[in-house]
Design a protein around this ligand. Structure first.
Ligand code: NAG
Length: 282
């Protein structure tokens, strides 16, 4: 079996080099700049990696991928990327399967596109083997219809922020949009090695609309991570900021934010509108 595996793997290596793994490759500890791949349960990686980087200096920092991974586009996105840039130090290379690549690409390419990048050439799924048993396959539980059915954040222009709104203006936003939530948005001062944006504490519904109670916090977080330049405009680093966020469903089912109201303590109109809303006639 190991021989067969080795033969198949050799046949699959894009360059077609029939090399002896021991002689032509080496194992090195996964360095700190590859932090994203460090907590996958192995500590050593093989060089050259499956993208052909021969030295650690040549390997792009895995931090480059953090915004994509943090956006939570696919549960196996990290396994997929790390199998390529920091392959486990076994006596053979285990490539991601074509099917895993397609699954990750289909859910992550839209996120990359929203961040202004095309799906990288180096990750072209046609490069990867179709034999499920000789490669890293997709894990079926990750694409259950349940997780697929969850609403996804929309890639959109940055919503408008209205400081110190009038009562009228908040009530109008509540009437015109499908949902409204009260949420605390937090931006870390030094996001290195950590997700830059979080939604702190519980999200409160003013108007629930299409939002799912158990997924809203995660949805808002994914929304922030989808367009970091927009999120950075909306949230200052440091203390979490309370917002009333309104938005609606798009025809494709994704959820877009529309008008945002910073909810300051001194600002009575938002609290008033949120209370009045239940009995308000739009
Ligand atoms: C992301 O946000 C920036 C800043 O507001 C905006 O200019 C850009 O259009 C947004 N990206 C997309 C894809 O909408």
């Amino acid at each position: 079996m190991p021989l067969l595996l080795a033969l198949v793997t050799l046949a699959l290596l894009a360059c077609g080099l029939a090399f002896d793994l021991g002689q032509w490759t080496r194992c090195v500890p996964i360095p700190p700049q590859m932090g994203v791949c460090r907590d996958l349960g192995y500590t050593e990686m093989r060089l050259p990696n499956l993208l052909g980087h021969g030295s650690l200096e040549a390997v792009p920092s895995s931090e480059d991928w953090r915004p994509l991974l943090d956006a939570g586009c696919h549960a196996q996105a990290r396994d997929f990327l790390c199998a390529l840039i920091a392959p486990m130090c076994l006596d053979t290379f285990v490539q991601p399967c074509h099917s895993l690549c397609v699954a990750v690409r289909d859910s992550c390419a839209p996120v990359l596109a929203c961040q202004g990048h095309a799906w990288p050439e180096a990750l072209d799924c046609d490069r990867f083997p179709a034999q499920e048993e000789m490669c890293l396959p997709p894990v079926p539980k990750y694409d259950s219809p349940f997780s697929k059915g969850l609403p996804q954040p929309a890639c959109q222009h940055c919503p408008t922020v209205e400081e110190l709104p009038s009562l009228r203006s908040v009530l109008d936003a509540l009437c015109l949009n499908d949902f409204a939530v009260k949420a605390k948005l937090h931006r870390r001062r030094s996001p290195w090695k950590e997700t830059e944006f979080e939604v702190e504490g519980r999200v409160e519904f003013v108007r629930q609309g299409p939002l799912l109670p158990y997924d809203t916090q995660s949805l808002l977080r994914r929304w922030l991570l989808l367009n970091l330049s927009c999120a950075r405009l909306l949230v200052r680093p440091g203390r979490a900021q309370l917002y009333l966020l309104t938005g609606g469903a798009r025809p494709d089912g994704s959820l877009a934010l529309a008008r945002l109201f910073p909810w300051h303590k001194r600002d009575a109109n938002i609290a008033h509108a949120a209370r009045k809303w239940k009995h308000h006639k739009c």
